[in-house]
Design a protein around this ligand. Structure first.
Ligand code: UDP
Length: 313
């Protein structure tokens, strides 16, 4: 296949590109590098992999055929999308429109990287795809949540109005090598804090829950989904749910048992729970389920941060 990946130099995008190249496909990766970085994909450059620094909120032209357009471009960490609210809204709206137009033009399957954030602060638990969500459109996270909700609506409109073979995947918390050290999310924060002997910063009382999926498991689910004609939305994530405080203990035990745990203010609109129902994924993706236990997946993640960190300040 010949596949275009937007946001291909980001954390998830780079793992997806790597997997597609390894599977023998030709990949064109577009990224404007506002949260991605070219070095994430530098090792892939070659006959089957092209990287172009480009802002996909502008018209996208690609010559030659495409079998798939995979739209993974967006800031995805709360501190990034709060810092970049307009870019986040633009890539979810204008960027999705442009990427869909390209897929339509090429007759390509279109995959939208959506998010568990469409469920907002969920009132249904675990979250299955038929839940409509509980989102504050004007809160700090609204720029991301609503951009992704719009992008889902736009994707469905291109399916019904233009017959594009679209698929929506809702991605839950994912971790692994190439997460940005400074992106403010709980995984890089706790691991770098533990590596530096600093206290782990638990926000609120730490009773809010998250469910963490290793990146290879996520990519496997997405590649299987690419190879179907299913419209989704389909949740991809790891249903092992834990409190943030439990997660802090797991990281502390694994990385540096000497560090303290301290409590900081809970960010506004921080969802209280998050756990994917993955029955649909299992049914339509040939029994897909996460295989990598957290205790195993954090090892390569910690190794990555150890190497990537310049110093502890
Ligand atoms: N969190 C935390 N300490 C940190 C960073 C995050 O306790 O240093 C919490 C955050 O409040 C949230 C959870 O960890 O409840 C996951 O946050 P993250 O930013 O990773 O992603 P989210 O799932 O909220 O999008």
């Amino acid at each position: 296949m010949r596949v275009l990946v937007t946001g291909g130099a980001g954390f998830l995008g780079s793992h997806l590109c790597e997997r597609l190249v390894r599977d023998g496909h030709e990949v064109i990766c577009l990224d404007n590098n506002i949260t991605g970085k070219a070095s994430n994909v530098a090792h892939l450059l070659g006959a089957r992999f092209t990287f172009l620094e480009y802002d996909i909120t502008n018209y996208i032209h690609v010559s030659g055929p495409l079998d798939a357009v995979m739209h993974f471009a967006s800031p995805a960490s709360p501190i990034d999308y709060i810092r970049l609210p307009i870019q986040t809204l633009k890539v979810g709206s204008l960027g999705t429109h442009k990427a869909l137009g390209l897929a339509k033009d090429k007759g390509a399957r279109f995959i939208l990287a959506s998010t568990s954030e469409v469920y907002g602060d969920p009132l249904v638990h675990p979250q299955s795809e038929d839940y409509w969500g509980n989102v504050n459109p004007i809160g700090p996270r609204g720029v991301y949540d609503e951009a992704k909700r719009f992008s889902e609506a736009m994707t469905m409109a291109y399916r019904s109005a233009h017959g594009v073979n679209t698929g929506i995947v809702r991605i839950f918390n994912t971790y692994g090598p190439r997460m940005r050290i400074q992106d403010g999310r709980v995984v890089p924060n706790f691991i770098t804090q533990a590596l530096c002997g600093k206290p782990l910063t638990v926000y609120g009382d730490g009773k809010q829950t998250r469910s963490f999926c290793y990146v290879d498991d996520l990519v496997e689910g997405i590649v299987r989904f690419l190879n179907t004609d299913h419209p989704g939305p389909v949740n991809i994530g790891n249903p092992r749910e834990m409190t943030v405080l439990e997660f802090a203990h797991i990281i502390r035990d694994a990385v540096n048992p000497a560090v303290d745990i301290v409590f900081k203010d809970l960010p506004v609109d921080d969802p209280k729970t998050r756990c994917p129902n993955i029955e649909l994924a299992s049914r339509i993706l040939d029994g897909w389920e996460p295989r990598v236990p957290l205790e195993q997946g954090i090892k390569p993640t910690v190794d990555y941060f150890r190497q990537a960190m310049q110093d502890c300040d």
